[in-house]
Design a binder for this molecule. Structure first.
Ligand SMILES: NC(=O)c1ccc[n+]([C@@H]2O[C@H](COP(=O)([O-])OP(=O)(O)OC[C@H]3O[C@@H](n4cnc5c(N)ncnc54)[C@H](OP(=O)(O)O)[C@@H]3O)[C@@H](O)[C@H]2O)c1
Length: 323
């Protein structure tokens, strides 16, 4: 099989295509002949070793989700999966390959009219956005700020907040053109990366979904309403300053909450149920898969260079075939 693995942590050029023996599914697993492979910001975080997350070694195959056809099944797996078009959650890695083994428990069948590319675009990012909003106890009528809205998770959080009846959906993004695209997905106010705007945006919000973290994170506590909730879903700009809690405690009279959210804490059946609903909504045109570009697997370095350059709006998708 062909796979893309980290040969050296750091820049995109540390990724390389490697040949490995064809895998066979273990007990409870299926083998998927991949059609589409999602490229997420989390892959860049792991590759660059931005957060120093332990447990990753050279040779690690990136890729948290794939879609394709079940080509073989392992012991104990229902034979009805064979030959079906599915989406699978591979979590922290294993997806950048033309053949992928995945736990049968993660599989979601694809609706007939949903492409594999769209499935890996809305799959895990929509699921994370959904549960991130839920973790924030988001309720209809509340105002929401999505920080880092132009990425894979952000474009889904904007759509889900708008669809969920948010009173306002503000976004941070780096250009007016991106702001216009986010408005078409449901954003009502567009802020620059620093959270500033010339227009009449709310001064503060009930819910902030933060995908960015980094040095400016403490300023978010000034943008929460009383009883507001800030949920850190990602950290594309790295860790916040070590004393960021000072900004939160100094505004303690607002009774605000800070939480982190990881899909790792969501039980598998709940992840599957929500992903199934996201696929149905996308196949009906109620949600939009924002595909930035589809590139062949062997161009994974280019995909990461594009992410690094900040070019990507939505998701890049890899496909095992093509030039
Ligand atoms: N919680 C979970 O379960 C979970 C699951 C998967 C991934 N994650 C995390 O989510 C993050 C990736 O999310 P994603 O795939 O949506 O990211 P992404 O596609 O890389 O996009 C994030 C957006 O943030 C903006 N941004 C980038 N760098 C920035 C900076 N220095 N300051 C301000 N804004 C910046 C960019 O938009 P503009 O240029 O328009 O500002 C970018 O489009 C990672 O940290 C990953 O670990 C969490």
């Amino acid at each position: 099989m062909k796979a893309v693995a980290i040969q050296a942590f750091g820049g995109p050029e540390g990724l390389a295509v490697i040949d490995l023996p064809d895998p066979s599914p273990g007990a409870g697993q299926v083998l998927i002949a991949t059609e589409a492979i999602g490229v997420g910001g989390v892959d860049a975080v792991i590759r660059s070793d931005l957060l120093g997350v332990p447990g990753f070694q050279e040779g690690h195959i990136l890729g948290g989700e794939v879609a394709g056809t079940v080509a073989a099944i392992g012991e104990g797996v229902d034979t009805s999966w064979l030959g079906r078009r599915v989406w699978a959650f591979t979590g922290m890695g294993g997806g950048y390959a033309d053949q992928v083994t995945a736990a049968a428990a993660t599989l979601v069948p694809l609706p007939a009219n949903l492409s594999a590319v769209d499935a890996v675009t809305v799959g895990s990012s929509g699921m994370v956005a959904h549960f991130g909003l839920r973790h924030a106890h988001f309720a209809p009528g509340e105002s929401v700020l999505v920080r880092g809205a132009a990425g894979g998770i952000g474009v889904m959080a904007v759509q889900l907040a708008a669809r969920g009846g948010a009173g306002a959906v503000a976004v941070t993004t780096s250009s007016a053109e991106r702001g216009d695209r986010l408005r078409k997905l449901g954003a009502t106010h567009v802020l620059d990366r620093a959270g500033e705007t010339a227009e009449d945006a709310p001064a503060s919000y009930d819910v902030i979904i933060d995908i960015v973290a980094g040095a400016n994170m403490p300023s978010l506590f000034t943008k929460l309403n009383p009883n507001g909730r800030l949920v850190a879903v990602g950290a594309v700009a790295g860790y916040p300053p070590a004393d960021f809690g000072t900004a939160m405690i100094s505004a303690f009279r607002k009774s605000m909450s800070f939480a982190t959210f990881s899909a790792d804490t969501v039980p598998e059946p709940d992840r599957r149920a929500v992903t199934t609903d996201l696929f149905t909504a996308t196949s009906r045109g109620e949600l939009h898969a924002i595909v930035h570009e589809v590139l062949p697997l062997r161009k994974a370095v280019l995909a990461h260079q594009k992410m690094e350059a900040g070019e990507v709006f939505g998701r890049i998708v890899l496909t095992p075939s093509g030039n």
